[in-house]
Design a protein. Structure first.
Length: 326
């Protein structure tokens, strides 16, 4: 568990870990040079609970903190926690049971819930419900390019599989999404509980709200990195669908990679205009593009459904010849 200035919430987090129904655990807390009372809170718990151990980050930032803690770990099963969140009492037991039932090659996860409810924005509810729907319908890898499909503090994995994926050693941010892509790349099977196994606290100081590592542009860089590594698209004719902000970001990244692409949309006010020397075309042009690979940056659910219907009527297949980036 990496922590930095978590004094407001850390005691509640640690109490939830101590109260787990699963008793066979160790907690390795790595402090990323906190300037509040984080260290004192952890030391207080360490004095009462020998299974909680404190370390100081050997570097700076979340990834070095995770590496520092992981290098001290002794368990055969690994999970991650965040210092501002809360574990339901059955979390560790439920995730461990999933691994025991399914064996090596599995990553266990479960539903999540944001709190406190009175201050959760609609976007966070949308993400929460989307994640939970993945658990119910067992479709995590189908949605991998859309958003991070496994929440960073709600997974469990055998150490052997974790190491095979590269563990925390990769220095790429956002580190949680990068790790999930490597799980996908290594063909791990996702098995999910339909229970709520993690309580995710939203507050103004959350890293994902404030760090540039967790912004759209960085996410698109990561998605493209793995899209070309995993899906082998070099022989495809790339097409960007969507002329909004995200479409422009994606096109910019493709140009930086010297990837030729066409650009389509269904907005009559934009068709025929040039953006960075690329002419926006009517989406029907896709019907005449041989070996097309379409990357969709349209966010609206209804619009996206119509796009998918059109593409599949033209023989394109999800995660083979079209990919949802939003």
């Amino acid at each position: 568990m990496p922590v930095k200035n978590e004094g407001l919430y850390l005691e509640e987090c640690l109490k939830s870990i101590v109260a787990q129904s699963e008793k066979n655990w160790e907690l390795l807390v790595c402090d990323d040079h906190s300037e509040d009372n984080t260290k004192e809170i952890i030391f207080n718990f360490c004095s009462k609970h020998p299974k909680i151990k404190y370390f100081t980050n050997q570097g700076k930032g979340i990834i070095p903190a995770l590496i520092t803690a992981y290098d001290k770990s002794k368990g055969e099963i690994i999970t991650r926690m965040d210092g501002d969140d809360v574990m339901p009492p059955q979390k560790l037991s439920s995730l461990r049971t999933i691994l025991a039932l399914n064996g090596k090659g599995t990553v266990a996860t479960g539903k999540v819930k944001y709190f406190p409810e009175e201050q959760i924005a609609d976007g966070f509810y949308t993400y929460q419900n989307w994640l939970n729907n993945l658990c119910v319908n067992k479709i995590h890898w189908e949605e991998i390019y859309k958003e991070c499909v496994i929440p960073s503090p709600c997974w469990m994995i055998y150490k052997e599989d974790f190491d095979a994926c590269g563990g925390f050693k990769n220095s790429t941010y956002p580190e949680d999404y990068d790790l999930v892509f490597r799980m996908y790349q290594n063909k791990l099977k996702v098995n999910a509980s339909k229970e709520t196994l993690h309580l995710w606290r939203d507050h103004p100081l959350r890293t994902s709200r404030n760090s540039t590592h967790y912004q759209t542009q960085t996410f698109f860089e990561l998605k493209l990195k793995y899209l070309f590594e995993i899906e082998k698209l070099n022989a495809k004719n790339l097409v960007v669908w969507g002329a909004g902000k995200k479409g422009k970001i994606l096109s910019s990244h493709l140009r930086e990679r010297n990837k030729e692409h066409r650009w389509v949309c269904n907005n009559p006010n934009k068709i025929g205009h040039f953006i960075e020397r690329i002419k926006l075309e009517d989406y029907n042009a896709i019907s005449n593009i041989k070996n097309a690979c379409v990357i969709i940056t349209v966010s609206g659910h209804e619009d996206r459904s119509e796009i998918i219907t059109f593409l599949e009527s033209n023989g394109l297949v999800k995660n083979e010849s079209y990919f949802l980036f939003c």
